[in-house]
Ligand binder design. Sequence first.
Ligand code: ATP
Ligand code: MG
Length: 286
Amino acid sequence: MASANSLREKLEKISPSEKTEQVIVQYFANPLLYELGFDDLEIRPQFETGCGKVDFAARKNTEATDIFYNSQKNPYLFLEVKSRTYDLSEGSSTYEEAVDQVKGYLSRERSKSAKWGIITNASYIQIWRKHGKVVHPATANLSINPDNIETIVRDLRNKLENYERALTICVYNNKGGVGKTTTVINLAAALAAKGKRVLAVDFDSQGDLTRSFGLSPGEITLTQCLKDPKIDVHSIIQSLSYPINNRFPYIFDSTLDISFDIIPRDPELETLTDSQSLAYIQKGTR
Ligand SMILES: Nc1ncnc2c1ncn2[C@@H]1O[C@H](COP(=O)(O)OP(=O)(O)OP(=O)(O)O)[C@@H](O)[C@H]1O
Ligand SMILES: [Mg+2]
């Protein structure tokens, strides 16, 4: 990929302690936007979000009459650029500030159409995704260098062009009896009643969620599916449907049954140690 190599070459030219944001803009941020598939008329520098100016906003031009550079309407992606001396390592207070900044940009009325926020200082890069009112990390905060930039940019572009529309909500707490299972059941039912497609996954070794619906795993289990990348995840999903107890007609207008999908817990799951589970994930199976 010749063009990504040129991004690599540009990255090589930036000093590890580059203090000037403008250098990062010119040698990294602008070429990065080109690599992510935007051209000059699809990129607007210093875009006013209603919560301050973000370094770049971008959006594909779909009609000849609506050129984003001119109209500045319906931004799709924001890119916030920092100098290399601005610490973007995770946990630093400056990283937290930059994250808050991008969340702020994405949450304004003027940015309603914006789905993505990227933060970079040419040493780190992280992309955030907005889903409704929730802004969540779509990648880890990735450390970048000339050797990995090509792969990272390819993955980012892939994410932008084929983004997953599902929002994953994890209900987790080490303390017992605090309402985790109850939350999952009610959240799944409420979202389903509002017309969302919901998949509940029982990763709890106790399997209360699975038991509360009187389910047991089918022929293929969650553990087998996690271990074997050839198993199609659809083969372990079960569908539930039950009449709605509509005590909240002002919230749910549905008179239909509530339906959502569930992946039941299976007893073998707890035999997987943390390191084994991690190994399966690192192998890229799931
Ligand atoms: N908002 C609530 N108000 C009152 N009682 C609740 C509430 N949420 C849950 N409970 C009750 O608290 C108890 C524990 O709830 P639940 O089983 O959901 O917790 P849990 O965190 O999943 O527990 P465990 O750690 O055993 O998996 C249950 O009896 C449940 O009915
Ligand atoms: Mg529970």
